[in-house]
Design a binder for this molecule. Structure first.
Ligand code: RIB
Ligand code: CA
Length: 309
């Protein structure tokens, strides 16, 4: 039986690859995609999400969600993803219509309609939509099967500040609500995603895989410049596809159930995921925090699935 999921996203080249991976995988029943403001403003993230669905030749419904964090001004990341959020290659204007329903209402309605414990939420950006849905409809929280999100960091620290990873930093109040919701959570933090680095060989393989492979290669070529300049690493970290890959092949990842709290007041460490990896507090575990990924296995999966589109 395919896993029913909702992807909540701020495309972003890496979000786009994650969406393609989900669309290419028969194990996944992608009920809908809700866009959130993050890497770029909402008018672009919803447009980008529709472009990606169309690139894959699908008609998965795309909804626009929240255009700003719960309690702070929006911080975006054009310096990483470019002005459009999907810089690297020009795609045609999407013809797939944007759904009229608000993304938060779609999340609420879907969780109320589907059987309890049957829908997994896969946030790939700031957690504003998820937290807003939980605040507006507390009855849906217990119906969530699991939340599998990209965000945070432990030994890797942060990527937007020394202490915080971008998705959590943009809306720490939303992250606090999600991490405190009581449902099973799997976290794909920078500790894992910084090991999911593209290579020149993999990009060359993508370039030989038709139109979609060419687009993926162009996105990751563009996206890698920020990380190469910052970390001196070879390759772009495919952060968000790790979320979908964990759903498909969790054995490629290693982590532990630990307590994760979110800093929401300190200016210095705002948005930090305080991950108790060594269990030095008596705070109860609330998340499976992933620390490692089998890089070769991850890219073999990605290559095989992209090849199916
Ligand atoms: O810090 C990486 C995360 O922030 C990824 O989800 C990327 O798409 C951006 O949203
Ligand atoms: Ca993202």
């Amino acid at each position: 039986m395919a896993q029913k999921i909702i992807i909540d996203t701020d495309p972003g080249q890496d979000d786009a690859v994650a969406i393609l991976l989900a669309l290419a995988s028969p194990e996944i029943d992608l009920l809908g995609i809700t866009a959130v403001a993050g890497n770029v403003p909402l008018d672009l993230t919803q447009r980008n999400a529709r472009q990606v669905v169309e690139l894959a030749g699908r008609d998965t419904p795309v909804f626009a969600g929240c255009d700003a964090p719960l309690a702070r001004p929006l911080v975006t990341a054009e310096h990483v993803h470019g002005k459009t959020g999907l810089d690297g290659i020009a795609l045609p204007e999407p013809t797939l219509p944007l759904q009229a329903q608000h993304g938060v209402d779609f999340i609420i309605e879907t969780l109320r309609r589907e059987a309890p414990d049957s829908v997994t939420l896969c946030p790939l950006g700031p957690l504003t939509n998820i937290a807003t849905a939980f605040q507006r409809a507390p009855d849906i929280v217990e119906r969530v099967r699991r939340i599998v999100l990209m965000g945070g960091g432990c030994f890797e620290g942060g990527n937007i500040t020394p202490a915080a990873e971008f998705n959590i930093y943009v809306d720490p109040e939303a992250a606090k609500i999600v991490f405190g919701c009581g449902r099973p959570i799997t976290v794909l933090p920078l500790d894992a995603t910084h090991k999911a680095l593209t290579s020149k060989d993999w990009i060359a393989t993508m370039r030989g895989m038709g139109r979609i492979g060419e687009v993926v290669a162009s996105w990751t070529d563009f996206f890698e410049r920020f990380d190469v300049a910052k970390y001196g690493s070879e390759g772009a970290p495919l952060h968000d596809p790790c979320v979908i890959a964990w759903l498909l092949r969790p054995e490629l990842f290693k982590g532990r159930e630990i307590n994760v709290e979110i800093e929401t007041s300190s200016e210095l460490t705002l948005g930090m995921t305080v991950a108790d990896w060594w269990g030095v507090t008596d705070r109860p575990a609330n998340a499976l925090f992933i620390g490692d990924v089998d890089r070769d296995g991850f890219f073999d999966l990605l290559t095989e699935r992209i090849g199916r589109l």
